[in-house]
Design a protein around this ligand. Structure first.
Ligand code: FPP
Length: 236
């Protein structure tokens, strides 16, 4: 592919609607969505992406019914454990982004183990956004900046974009090139607000549980047609 994004993020929307359209409880949509996660992650690594970031649980998702929230965390724990073989076979390093200290301890434990196990994998990084909010990430970075200024490690004049970016949850991540949202919505929903500055946006009508390898190929092909200027006149 002529112009491959280095870093793609996905808002995996439409699990609930997918299930409701089939007369199933919403949680069945999340279960089917986990199958898409498996297929799309493997395919993204095969295509040569450096990083895939998936919005798995937002800081706002706690407002959902208790039963659904509980199911989502159990599903995430199961994924983090059952996927270890698949991640190792495909050279995928797993990391997470968000207020991880506030997620259920039984998920934190599974996450820590999978992270450690896959830490040396180099083919692709899979970043799960867990208890993640874009505004919260910027607030947390601002707090770290303020703390560093307060203890004299940084002067006020040294506070610039690079200083804030260095205090985000994943400062080493490649620049975000493409944001994909499924299920026909055209919102950013508090995802990666800082990183989205120059990313291309692509929305598709397919609900997440139906989004598979060929759908990823279609958005990558769409991305390859985009002309990116980053505010200037230079063509890529
Ligand atoms: C949005 O669909 C989806 C979520 C809030 C959860 C995303 C979780 C998964 C895809 C499942 C597992 C993830 C991993 C990483 C294994 P929605 O419920 O808001 O759908 P709706 O808009 O149709 O109601």
């Amino acid at each position: 592919m002529s112009s491959l994004p280095r870093h793609v993020a996905i808002i995996m929307d439409g699990n609930g609607r997918w299930a409701e359209a089939r007369g199933l409880p919403r949680i069945k949509g999340h279960r089917a969505g986990a199958e898409s996660v498996r297929a799309v992650t493997r395919h993204a690594a095969r295509r040569g992406l450096e990083q895939l970031t998936l919005f798995a649980f937002s800081t706002e998702n706690w407002k959902r019914p208790r039963r659904e929230v509980g199911y989502l965390w159990r599903l995430l724990r199961r994924y983090l454990i059952e996927e270890r073989g698949e991640l190792m076979e495909n050279g995928i390093r797993l990391i997470a982004s968000g207020r991880i200290a506030e997620i259920p301890p039984f998920v934190q434990d599974a996450l820590a183990e999978t992270r450690q196990l896959t830490a040396a994998n180099r083919k692709m990084t899979l970043c799960l956004a867990l208890n993640y909010g874009g505004r919260t990430e910027i607030v947390d970075a601002a707090r770290r900046l303020a703390a560093d200024v307060a203890r004299g490690a940084l002067t006020l004049e040294q506070v610039d974009e690079a200083a804030l970016a260095a205090r985000l949850y994943q400062p080493e991540a490649p620049p975000l090139d493409l944001l994909v949202r499924t299920a026909g919505e055209h919102r950013v929903s508090n995802f990666l607000l800082w990183q989205l500055s120059y990313a291309e946006l692509c929305t598709v009508d397919t609900p997440w549980p139906d989004f598979r390898e060929e759908d990823l190929d279609a958005v990558l092909a769409d991305f390859a047609t985009r002309e990116r200027r980053f505010g200037g006149l230079v063509r890529k």
